[in-house]
Design a protein around this ligand. Structure first.
Ligand SMILES: NC(=O)C1=CN([C@@H]2O[C@H](COP(=O)(O)OP(=O)(O)OC[C@H]3O[C@@H](n4cnc5c(N)ncnc54)[C@H](OP(=O)(O)O)[C@@H]3O)[C@@H](O)[C@H]2O)C=CC1
Ligand SMILES: CC(=O)N[C@@H](CCC(=O)OP(=O)(O)O)C(=O)O
Length: 309
């Protein structure tokens, strides 16, 4: 890789693109290339700039992201590497899933990949909570999992931000009530669940911040594990991870969605009542941080060799 790596963000004017741009401007070793306002949606101009960079970051709706991948890959030997923030390639077999802490080898796979997909915000929380427990045999792959989540309205991009900031937006609403939210495939696949989880997201009238929670009846799990066993498995899995921490809980806690805003951190918690055999796993993150732009910058640094895999 050249001393200064050249990066083009396709979709730089959007919510995720702007977040990535702001973070990359502070990073030595990266030179950002941009298209001016009237050219930013012009396929010929995008193709030309893609041929001049080492890495293209796609922050576009799915259909436009697919179009950009075709433009970039069409450059043959001059084709840049791609990090895609959309949902288009998250379970595609020839793409690497950009959740570096997902397992021990993932950062290296990201560092070496030609095509990396940045995870969805909700699956980042859900996979972090579930995959270590499934791998440890504490939660069976076919267990009937339910994931509930609440996000700030910036998760819905420019349109939802405008709706909330100009018209007041609803104070709180459930959605995904057809059980087919676009995040379910990646949530299921990378959590290693053989049974499709129920996933019900919601959005509140606050800009950013997210809670993802998974309720569990401990006495229905094999070996009837204690909450401490679940917590220990999460601690083992994320030992040494700078951006993912397991946090101790107290039954009197109240858990807000916003305290990690403007950070790239994610916190995992296990709440429980031993007498009732009930537990709740919760991930807290900034949907625009570890849930989007923060994870993207982590992947960009790995792909460009600026961080050790
Ligand atoms: N918001 C979030 O929390 C997260 C979003 N994502 C994903 O990132 C992607 C972008 O989302 P987000 O930033 O929220 O969306 P936004 O709507 O905020 O931004 C999308 C940007 O893409 C531009 N755009 C649309 N079509 C084209 C095109 N054909 N060519 C060039 N540019 C185009 C838009 O232009 P214009 O400004 O003219 O509308 C806009 O600037 C989506 O795939 C989303 O799923 C991923 C993780 C989290
Ligand atoms: C509140 C809200 O609308 N959130 C978005 C998800 C945002 C996100 O991070 O997902 P992607 O990375 O897949 O865009 C949604 O549910 O579609």
């Amino acid at each position: 890789m050249a001393a200064t790596a050249r990066v083009f963000i396709d979709g730089e004017a959007g919510t995720t693109g702007l977040g990535i741009r702001e973070r990359l401007l502070k990073q030595p070793g990266i030179a950002l290339k941009s298209l001016s306002g009237e050219k930013r949606k012009d396929p010929a101009a995008r193709r030309e700039i893609m041929g001049e960079v080492d890495l293209v970051v796609l922050c576009l709706p799915d259909a436009a992201a697919k179009e950009s991948v075709a433009l970039a890959d069409g450059l043959g030997n001059a084709a840049p590497r791609i990090l895609d923030a959309s949902t288009a390639y998250r379970v595609a077999p020839d793409w690497v899933y950009g959740f570096a802490e997902m397992d021990r080898g993932q950062a290296k796979r990201i560092a070496e990949a030609k095509h990396v997909s940045n995870p969805g915000c909700y699956p980042t929380g859900g996979i972090a909570l579930l995959r270590p427990l499934v791998e440890a045999g504490l939660v069976p792959a076919d267990y009937p999992i339910t994931v509930n989540a609440v996000s700030g309205y910036s998760g819905g991009g420019k349109a939802m931000i405008e709706a909330h900031e100009q018209s007041g937006g609803p104070s709180f609403e459930l959605y995904g009530l057809g059980f087919e939210h676009k995040h379910v495939p990646e949530l299921q696949q990378y959590s290693k669940l053989s049974r499709r989880p129920i996933f019900i997201p919601s959005v509140g009238h606050f800009r950013q911040g997210m809670l993802v929670s998974v309720p569990l009846h401990l006495d229905t799990l094999p070996g009837k594990p204690k909450a401490a066993d679940l917590e220990a498995a999460l601690e083992r899995h994320f030992e040494g991870a700078e951006l993912v921490k397991v946090v101790k809980t107290a039954p009197t806690d109240r858990l807000e969605a916003e305290p990690l805003n403007d950070t790239d951190q994610m916190e995992l918690r296990v709440y429980s009542n031993a007498a009732l055999n009930q537990a709740l796993l919760v991930a807290r993150l900034d949907n625009l941080g570890k849930g989007a732009s923060g994870a993207a910058v982590q992947n960009i640094r790995l792909m460009l060799g600026l961080d050790k895999a």
